[in-house]
Design a protein around this ligand. Sequence first.
Ligand code: F6R
Length: 244
Amino acid sequence: MLHPRIIVAKDPEAVGKAAADQFEAVIAKKPAAVIGLATGSTPLPLYRELIAREKAGKIDFTKVRSANLDEYKGLAPDHEQSYRKFMQDNLFDHISIKPENTIVPLGLAEDVDAMCAAYEEKIEEWGGVDLQLLGIGHDGHIGFNEPDDHFPAMTHEVKLTEMTIEANKRFFNSADEVPRAAFTMGIGTIMAARKIVMVVTGKDKRDILKKTFWGPVDPQVPASILQFHPDVTLVCDEDAYPFN
Ligand code: F6R
């Protein structure tokens, strides 16, 4: 088993800064780096920090390409709760990244298999992901890869679990409005990234974090596969670190 490099930061803001250091280093070395991005609450301090660092001249996103992990099935790109809209509002609209250099799975895809295959092909055409950002769900999901009896390989459609629908309903008017399906990079897509940074904050993530890196590798805890990745940096706050 490989273990992650671990940075325990004081609070969510400090997690954002420590994760931003990783992005700054990768983009400084490779201005056209391909970065894999996540939505959710945990990356928000990181995105604020990336915006601030570009304004301060420390990072330049003009050549960077980005591929997001996932998107709700059935939501248009401009839907208030779509992940494309989340990325525009929280990052892309505030940095110099070119719109054509950002990809998010298409929520309205009619031919799902073709859209998923094209997504994989685009990442491959770009030369693969240099730095993949991950959050983690309370059930150990990464992207929308939920607990399962196997690790799904490539970008695919998933049905959301009740736990995830429950966790995500805070962004909708009610649980009924949360889409029941989504598109997500597969575990294979994620594992193919050259470098992975996982951000985790809050006491409520402590148990799943312990299972992920200090428990058995098991598709019932999808993130546990990261124990087999050679370059994972876990950036968590003091509340989430299981051994505090
Ligand atoms: C979102 C994603 C999800 C989230 C996870 C944690 O693109 O990939 O796996 O990272 O649900 O979400 P937060 O950060 O809101 O707790």
